[in-house]
Design a protein around this ligand. Structure first.
Ligand SMILES: *Cc1c(COP(=O)(O)O)cnc(C)c1O
Length: 426
């Protein structure tokens, strides 16, 4: 790593826990000093030492149009001179709610918040308030932000009672979180039997991106819809990554499944801090001040975040952008798979549109257990090699790799070429 990044990381570690404001960024899992980013444009990043990278992290998802898209910048510039926060309702929020409800039909009403974590935390509270029940089901390897109830990933098996993974999460709360294997509808059937009448909601990343990309079986998602309906529980789709990424209407559009509540974030803020949760009007009406379930936010619906988000959604609604993203995603991930196989490596590539993951394993990769079977040491060598060649990937074997509309064919070919070199050394 360059001298400036090294010095900054050294200094940061004395001032910020681990030197970072979000853990994975620290590069601990891959044993590197993280490059400190000085600026970004299109699909490129430049670090503090002036080294250029092709960015396949895209801020962990939000930058679907690349960095500094002219329409997003223009929208921000126009807003900023009008003030940056009022703590009062604005027309922009109405426009945002109208845009989201139009594109995602299952969302009849929506509330804006400041992060994906806030969105899922609030959706869980609403589900508990609405159903008068306390237990929730989540799936191993699915990440829903860091709220207490959701930081639980108990061992696999039948309806295991949640054991807090993380000191500071009260056991009395974690006990209400049931963690089950992804893609296993039978485990969900058994949990509903064991905890009959106690389950408020099932929350799921319909296309998991936080253990790397895992494809949902259609019958798994359909099964969740059926079982929640039959048992009076709510189905919550956490589409913080997949929303507006895999299709305008997210995974629910692709798989044709209508959840009761949906959580959004990342892309809808266009690179500014944002989150949202929404769903059926009858459920959303339980939120204060209309109803009795409380949730609030000083900066919620912030005008700059709304402006950047709206500009992003406007561009995304245009013509053939998702077809182009699909082509670019196919080009990148097929290219990586071919080169890895040509180098004699066993790999599995999971991809939906412009998000995907390459796992160093025989596969198939269908849940957290099979994700964890991949060769982490090999990924680490791959990561370090790619970083050296100026390809910026997420610093973990269990994360997603993105393509934005700002990645051109040349950039994708360059990434494949660098990967080809890297694969030969692994
Ligand atoms: C990123 C993410 C979150 C958390 O969002 P933050 O804005 O980081 O709090 C929640 N759920 C999913 C699926 C995510 O990808």
């Amino acid at each position: 790593m360059g001298e400036k990044s090294k010095a900054l990381f050294e200094k940061a570690r004395g001032l910020i826990p681990g030197g970072v404001n979000s853990p994975v960024r620290a590069g601990k899992a891959v044993g590197v000093v993280p490059p400190f980013i000085a600026r970004a444009e299109g699909c490129y990043l430049w670090d503090a030492d002036g080294k250029q990278y092709i960015d396949h992290v895209c801020s962990w998802g939000p930058m679907i149009l690349g960095h500094g898209h002219p329409e997003v910048i223009k929208a921000l510039e126009e807003r900023i001179s009008k003030g940056t926060s009022y703590g009062a309702p604005t027309e922009l929020e109405v426009e945002m709610a109208e845009t989201i409800t139009k594109i995602v039909p299952s969302i009849e009403m929506v509330r804006m918040v400041n992060s994906g974590t806030e969105a899922t935390m609030s959706a869980i509270r609403l589900a508990r308030g609405y159903t008068g029940r306390e237990k929730i089901i989540k799936f191993e390897g699915c990440y829903h932000g860091h709220a207490d109830s959701l930081l639980v990933s108990a061992g696999s098996g039948v309806a295991t009672l949640g054991i807090p993974d993380c000191p500071g999460v009260p056991a009395a709360l974690a006990v209400h979180t049931i963690s089950l294997p992804f893609n296993d509808p039978n485990a969900v059937v058994r949990a509903f039997e064991t905890f009959d009448g106690e389950i408020a909601a099932v929350i799921v990343e319909p296309i998991p991106g936080n253990m790397g990309v895992v494809m949902p079986r259609k019958e798994f998602l359909a099964g969740l819809r059926e079982m929640t309906s039959q048992n009076g529980a709510l189905l919550i789709f956490d589409e913080v990554i997949s929303g507006f990424r895999v299709a305008p209407g997210g995974a629910q559009e692709i798989y044709g499944i209508t959840p009761d509540l949906t959580c959004l974030g990342k892309i809808i803020g266009g690179g500014l801090p944002v989150g949202a949760y929404g769903g059926r009007e009858e459920i959303m009406c339980r939120m204060a001040p209309e109803g009795d379930v409380y949730q609030a936010g000083t900066l919620s619906g912030n005008p700059l975040a709304m402006a950047a988000g709206l500009a992003t959604l406007k561009v995304l609604q245009r013509s053939d952008i998702y077809q182009k993203l699909e082509k670019k995603g196919e080009m990148l991930f097929c290219g990586l798979e071919n080169e890895a196989k040509a180098a004699g490596l066993e790999v599995v590539v999971n991809r939906v549109g412009s998000m995907g993951s390459l796992f160093f394993t025989k596969g198939p990769v269908t849940d957290f257990t099979t994700v964890k079977a991949s060769d982490v040491a090999r990924f680490k060598r791959y990561y370090v090699n790619m970083l050296g060649q100026g390809i910026y990937l997420a610093p973990s074997a269990f994360e997603t790799c993105f393509v934005s509309s700002a990645h051109h064919e040349n950039d994708i070919l360059k990434t494949i070429e660098c990967a080809s070199k890297a694969f030969k050394t692994l």
